[in-house]
Design a protein around this ligand. Structure first.
Ligand code: NAD
Ligand code: TYD
Length: 351
């Protein structure tokens, strides 16, 4: 696709971004990887401890909402390509503070688009602006059907509305200015380094500490889960083989009701923690539903699988086991991110 040598990855200290940075730094020693991250509550350089000394890895602290800083940074680094993951990513936070999502996800993305357009204006061909998005832009499904790349956007939360808006801007920059862009929309990710405000790591942390497991509504909502390293591999595939201007859905054909995931986590952790069978399930607590809670997400990833040959590598049960093992052996990581501000957030959200 592009001359992909100097790559700016935004949000590389976050959950998915850190796996993408690690994959690119280790798999492509000839590339120079710049990780641009504001280190918000969700950004954690501990996620990248194992690769931070690599010669081809560079960290830049910066905020994508800072227009002048982004222009200057692009002129200084002169990235060949951008992998854009930086975002506010939690639906519950978006319900409390939509503006933060508009600032980072919409305005921040447009700042990056402008900076890339300005830097690449003489030669758009040998570059790529890869925007990482979510399946949530498509809205909510009932029991049947899947999201296709052609499904109309119908975002229903402030988070998904902000991501949908950013996707529209990316496509508008392709259409209006000829910016070489590609977009992927992925289903829910899980795995190591996931911030414990999201369902799976929150429940792992709470089971460990014998705290209630808050299930919104009846736990009947369905999500389509993909192991984070499979998402990172899909991003690698699309970055190198995807067609400019195209959209690719990413997902594992792996739908689960929330209540079933939490029960699975309880079973796996009872075994690992030597607890009697059924002990952790007693922690399940049904709480007030999320406002405007999307019922079901399900991705059809056939385009990516058929055209670019990507496939998910793990069964969910196997991925969950790996994930639980990671959290149990990385207690310091979990303790560090659940101290301080996390406590304030948790009390505000769950009482
Ligand atoms: P995350 O919240 O774990 O990480 C986001 C990262 O972006 C953090 O390191 C944070 O410090 C950084 N960041 C936030 N605001 C910033 C700003 N203004 N300037 C610079 N950096 C900033 O998110 P994630 O779950 O890793 O998601 C990464 C991307 O993938 C997002 O764009 C998200 O919409 C998308 N996505 C996530 C999922 C999922 O299940 N987590 C699924 C599909 C798509
Ligand atoms: P989450 O991990 O926040 O991802 P998303 O909202 O982007 O899908 O939530 C996954 C599902 O779990 C979603 O249906 C909401 C539900 N959920 C709970 O039931 N309890 C919780 O405490 C959280 C955080 C989520």
């Amino acid at each position: 696709m592009a001359a992909n040598k100097k790559i700016l990855i935004t949000g590389g200290a976050g959950f998915i971004g850190s796996h993408v940075v690690r994959l690119f730094v280790t798999k492509y020693p000839d590339y120079q990887i710049y990780n641009l991250d504001a280190l918000t509550y969700a950004g954690n350089l501990e996620n990248l401890k194992d690769i931070e000394e690599q010669d081809n890895y560079h960290f830049v602290k910066g905020d994508i909402t800072d227009e002048a800083a982004m222009t200057e940074l692009f002129q200084e680094i002169k990235p060949d390509s951008v992998l854009h993951l930086a975002a506010e990513s939690h639906v519950d936070r978006s319900i409390k503070d939509p503006m933060a999502f508009i600032r980072t996800n919409v305005m921040g993305t447009v700042n990056l688009l402008n900076a890339a357009k300005e830097l690449w204006k003489e030669d758009m061909d040998n570059h790529l602006f890869y925007h990482i998005s979510t399946d949530e832009v498509y809205g909510s499904l009932d029991d049947g059907g899947y999201f296709l790349e052609t499904t109309s956007y119908d975002p229903k939360s402030p988070y998904s509305a902000s991501k949908a808006s950013s996707d529209h801007f990316v496509r508008a920059y392709r259409n209006t200015y000829g910016l070489p862009v590609v977009i992927s929309n992925c289903s829910n990710n899980y795995g190591p380094n996931h911030f414990p405000e999201k369902l799976i790591p929150l429940c792992i942390n709470n089971i460990k500490h014998n705290k209630p497991l808050p299930i919104y509504g009846k736990g009947e909502n369905v999500r389509d889960w993909l192991y984070v390293e499979d998402h990172a591999r899909a991003i690698d595939t699309i970055f190198h083989q995807g067609k400019v201007g195209e959209t690719y859905n990413i997902g594992g054909f792996n739908e689960w009701k929330n209540i079933d995931i939490v029960r699975l986590l309880c079973q796996v952790m009872d075994k690992k923690l030597d607890r009697a069978e059924g002990t952790s399930e007693k922690l399940i607590t049904f709480v007030t539903d999320r406002a405007g809670h999307d019922l079901r997400y399900a991705i059809d990833a056939h385009k990516l699988m058929n055209e670019l040959g990507w496939e998910p590598s793990l069964q969910f049960e196997e991925g969950i086991e790996k994930t639980v093992d990671w959290y149990l052996t990385n207690e310091d990581w979990l303790d560090n991110v659940t101290s301080g501000n996390y406590q304030k957030y948790y009390t505000g959200q769950y009482g």
